[in-house]
Write a protein that binds this ligand. Structure first.
Ligand SMILES: Cc1ncc(COP(=O)(O)O)c(C=O)c1O
Length: 420
């Protein structure tokens, strides 16, 4: 098949790529085309250096010391929280709780808010698009409280069935709607602002899984109107081991702690304790200070690239990829076509298992994911057991896409409709 002309570049991804040292290496002896950023992103020198500098120059435990290094470490940790609050336009940085990742953030909300506010007869609304991280914590809290789980389905293009959502809101005593902002499998961008407006009209709160949106677009918690939001540092060029749970201050203040231990208390007596103010109430134990510093550097890096430019770059690259992939005989592409799609492309090839596809692509230096993408209910809804998935980010170029397409054509000539 012929390769379409390269589109006009508005974003210098080749220059961005040069900021990421790991992308200079080869994979299986070939140029590395890293197309698994939905799972975890690579890190720019700036983030690596920020973490390195913290350990070289400022390392000490926070809050507890009265000496210079501890003051420095505490100041950096506090500044990092402020930079995260600015990133998502949180009205108050104390609403940003540092956790390990999106999974921990969602467990925190489900356990702390859920156990306090849910009881038998209440409904928890989820969608078939959700990652297991936004399903299993709610299943656990439903078992403990007697609340019911209700799921909003998708249509055949992978968009949420808003008609069904409205019906559920009408029929059930919905207390919480927990929904992904962007599907990690189909790339669907859900209408979160509208979902929130409808939930609030029905008296429910909204918990947004923003693991795949905060890294890729400007996310403004006040504009969206949501109540809680979860995201991970490692999916936004930051380090592994740090994430954020943002929540509305009035809700956070009314919630019980999630974990007990050091730092989260005001007073401890033999038979009871009282709690520290926000954010410490939800940050038991020694925090991951170097990772918070690295995450703040990541937030600055992305903000300087500009979220509008990042989004445009990803739209352009996704369209470039879809345009070529559609031409491959026997390919099945998943997810909506249009502006409400992020840079995630799940696909299947006739006659080839996704794991075989990923392993042949690996031999060509192309890193993609194959499997259920921690979304087994979605796989069942699509009537597949697994897909192969390529996902794009700031450092991906049309050269990466070309490498992907040529490698898939090679797979197809071995297994698929292209086989002779
Ligand atoms: C939409 C979505 N939610 C939640 C998660 C879980 O993120 P983490 O493993 O960082 O907790 C992921 C990770 O793939 C995701 O894509």
């Amino acid at each position: 098949m012929s390769t379409p002309a390269r589109s006009q570049a508005t974003f210098d991804a080749a220059r961005v790529r040069a900021d990421f040292p790991i992308l200079g290496r080869t994979a299986r002896g070939k140029r590395l085309a890293y197309l698994d950023s939905a799972a975890s992103t690579q890190k720019p020198t700036r983030v690596i250096d920020a973490i390195n500098a913290f350990y070289r120059e400022s390392n000490a435990n926070v809050h507890r010391g009265v000496y210079e290094l501890s003051e420095k470490s505490t100041e950096l940790y506090d500044q990092a929280r402020g930079r995260i609050a600015r990133l998502i336009n949180a009205p108050d940085k104390r609403e940003c709780i540092f956790v390990r990742n999106t999974t921990e953030a969602l467990n925190l909300v489900a356990n702390s808010w859920g156990r306090e506010n849910l009881s038998a007869g209440d409904a928890i609304v989820l969608t078939t698009l959700e990652h297991h991280s936004n399903i299993v914590p709610w299943q656990l809290v439903a078992q403990q409280t007697g609340a019911q789980l209700r799921y909003v389905d998708i249509d055949d293009d992978g968009r949420l069935r808003m008609d069904q959502y409205q019906q559920i809101l009408k029929e059930e005593a919905v207390k919480v709607v927990a929904v992904t902002h962007v599907s990690n499998t189909l790339g669907t961008i859900t209408p979160l602002k509208e979902i929130t407006r409808l939930a609030h009209d029905a008296g429910a709160i909204v918990v947004a899984d923003a693991a795949q949106s905060v890294p890729h677009m400007q996310v403004d918690v006040q504009d969206l109107g949501i109540d809680f939001m979860a995201f991970s540092g490692h999916k936004m060029v930051g380090p592994m081991g740090i994430g954020v749970m943002w929540g509305r201050r009035d809700l956070l203040e009314a919630m019980p702690p999630y974990q007990g231990g050091g730092s989260m208390i005001r007073e401890v007596h033999l038979d009871h304790s009282t709690w520290a103010d926000l954010p410490e109430k939800f940050e038991a134990g020694t925090p991951s200070v170097a990772d918070a510093v690295g995450l703040a550097a990541a937030a600055d890096y992305l903000s300087e690239l500009g979220f509008e430019q990042i989004r445009q770059h990803e739209i352009q690259l996704t369209n470039y990829a879809l345009g070529q992939l559609k031409e491959i005989p026997g390919i099945r592409l998943f997810g909506p076509d249009g502006e409400d799609r992020a840079g995630v492309v799940s696909f299947l090839l006739d006659g080839a298992h996704p794991h075989d596809i990923a392993s042949i692509l690996d031999g060509e230096g192309v890193a993609v994911r194959a499997g259920h993408h921690c979304a087994q209910p979605l796989m069942r809804r699509l009537d597949v057991t697994a897909t192969a998935r390529a996902s794009f980010y700031v450092y991906n170029t049309e050269e990466d896409v070309d490498q992907l397409v040529h490698s898939i054509e090679a797979v197809n000539s071995i297994f698929g409709s292209g086989a002779r």
